[in-house]
Design a protein around this ligand. Sequence first.
Ligand code: SAM
Length: 236
Amino acid sequence: MLYIIATPIGNLEDITLRALRTLREVDLIAAEDTRNSGVLLKKYEIKTRLTSFHAFSDQRKLDEIIGMLKEGKNVALISDAGTPGISDPGFVLIRAARAAGIKVVPIPGPSAFLTALSASGLPINHFLYLGFLPMKKGRQTMLRALQEEQNTVVFYESPHRIVKTLGELAEYFPERKLVIARELTKIFEEFVEGSAAELLTYFSQKTPKGEFVVIMDGKDVKAERHGRAEGAGFDE
Ligand code: SAM
């Protein structure tokens, strides 16, 4: 069996009992970065054999893991943080395992975009997750298309690009409300909300540090309608 295991996005206590038990019991853990995952495994005294599986892993590595799975071995896939496959390596292995008729079992846990959305105060019954925005090609086209997007939009951003991105958002979406979640589950966790121009001023004051999730209201959000539907806990 191939287990897809979500791991913490900062606070090492954010891991399920089932994830810990499975990591202990499998024959092999395929990790995006073995050194990074070593910290988590050491904390929980998990001594399972580790191998690396990342965005640049070649076909041989894939064949090796699929080979083990075909022999009936159990393998756990983990990434550096959060849920494997969500803006992280995993897809190729999961697809190959399914194609080989191997059972794939997800073990749920954190993901940065869901964690950020859950406390954002923006409507989240419907949302559009974009991963990282394209860096060059297609970026302006995507920003233009988002001007018509009705749903809450959420994406990842790096500390090096956050100021540039906020500048663009101020240009394309001057009226929208944004929430930026920084360093979720860590000591310096913060949620900052405002217009893109306000957030640009805030994050331009000193060099931005840490990990960022950007959340933006959809077009023409009717706060009252969303508030009722969300508060009542049912969909529209
Ligand atoms: N697989 C991960 C998940 O399920 O969320 C995402 C991996 S992606 C390569 C890494 C990006 O996720 C970071 O650049 C940042 O934008 C976001 N991220 C991860 N951890 C975060 C945290 N603790 N606080 C804020 N954003 C975070």
